[in-house]
Design a protein around this ligand. Structure first.
Ligand code: GTP
Ligand code: MG
Length: 245
C-alpha cells in the first residue's frame, strides 16, 4: 500500500460537543463512507493541565490561552462535575486525512464558519463572551466542537502526544517504534532511572514506545538538548493516571 494511504490526523471531540450531544453527528460527518478515512485509534481522556498545555503550546503567549486551557480541560462545561470532564481522541487514517478533516471542520471561529461554510461542523459552535467579576466583557471563548491537526507535522506531534503505539494496531502505525529496555521514572518534573517514593513509572522494559520518545528521554536523562521537553513525553504516559490537574 502507498504511504499516502497511511496519512494520519488527530481529532478531538471537545467538551462542548460532548455536552451538547453532538458526538454522533460529528462522527457521522467523518465516517469512512464520507471521507474514505478509517479509525486507527481512539480513547477517552480526562485532560490534565500538562496535556492541555503541551497540546496548545503554540498559543501559550496569547490572551485567550487561559480560557482555551480551561475549555479543553472541561472546566468551562463541567465546572461542578469533574467526572464528566473529558474529550474523545481519535486517530484517523487514509489519503489526505489532514486536509479532508480540516475541510469538514471548517473555520476556527464558529461565526465565520456559519457565514462562509454553512454545513461544516464548526458552524454548530458558539462564541462565549468572557466577563470579569463586575460583568464587564473582557474577551471571548471559541467553543468550536472539534480539533483536527492542521499539518502532517502537527499530526505527528499531536498523535505522539495523545497516543501510545499500543493504542494503535501494529499494521496501522505510521511512525517508527522501538522496544524500551530501561525503567524511566518521573517525579516533580524530573526524570530518573531508579524508583523513588511517589515517582511514576513512565516506561518499563519491554514497553513498545515511539522511537522519538525514547531518543528524547535518553537525551533528557543525560541533560543534553532534546527535540522535545520531558513534559511532552510524560504527558501521554500520565493520561488518565489520576483525577488531579
Ligand atoms: P484547533 O483545532 O482547536 O487547534 O483549532 P484551529 O487549528 O482551527 O485554530 P488554532 O490552532 O489557531 O487555535 C486553537 C484554538 O484556540 C481554537 O480552536 C480556538 O478555540 C482558540 N482560538 C484561536 N484563535 C483565537 C482567537 O483569536 N480568539 C479566541 N478567543 N480564541 C482563539
Ligand atoms: Mg490548531
Amino acid at each position: 500500500m502507498h504511504k499516502e494511504a497511511f496519512e494520519q490526523t488527530l481529532v478531538l471531540i471537545k467538551p462542548d460537543a460532548l455536552k451538547n450531544s453532538l458526538t454522533g453527528y460529528v462522527l457521522s460527518q467523518l465516517s469512512e463512507f464520507h471521507t474514505n478515512l478509517r479509525f486507527a485509534g481512539t480513547k477517552i481522556v480526562h485532560v490534565s493541565r500538562m496535556l492541555a498545555e503541551e497540546h496548545y503550546a503554540e498559543h501559550r503567549s496569547k490572551v485567550f490561552y487561559p480560557s482555551l486551557i480551561d475549555f479543553i480541560m472541561g472546566f468551562a462545561h463541567y465546572p461542578d462535575e469533574p467526572w464528566k470532564r473529558r474529550v474523545i481522541a481519535f486517530v484517523y487514517q487514509g489519503p489526505e486525512a489532514v486536509k479532508k478533516i480540516r475541510d469538514i471542520c471548517g473555520p476556527t471561529n464558529p461565526h465565520i464558519a456559519r457565514e462562509q461554510r454553512p454545513g461544516c461542523i464548526r458552524a454548530l459552535g458558539t462564541i462565549v463572551p468572557l466577563k470579569d467579576a463586575s460583568g464587564k466583557v473582557i474577551g471571548e471563548r471559541m467553543d468550536n466542537l472539534i480539533h483536527a491537526s492542521a499539518t502532517n507535522s502537527d499530526a505527528e506531534r499531536e498523535i505522539k502526544l495523545w497516543f501510545n503505539p499500543v493504542d494503535i494496531p501494529p499494521s496501522m502505525r505510521s511512525y517508527p517504534t522501538e522496544i524500551n529496555n530501561d525503567h524511566f521514572y518521573f517525579k516533580d518534573g524530573k526524570l530518573s532511572l531508579t524508583h523513588a517514593p511517589d515517582s511514576i513509572c513512565l516506561l518499563a522494559p519491554g514497553d513498545v514506545v515511539w522511537k522519538s520518545d525514547l531518543e528524547a528521554l535518553r537525551l533528557l536523562y543525560k541533560g543534553q538538548p532534546s527535540p522535545c521537553s520531558l513534559e511532552t513525553v510524560a504527558a501521554k504516559y500520565l493520561v488518565n493516571y489520576s483525577q488531579e490537574d
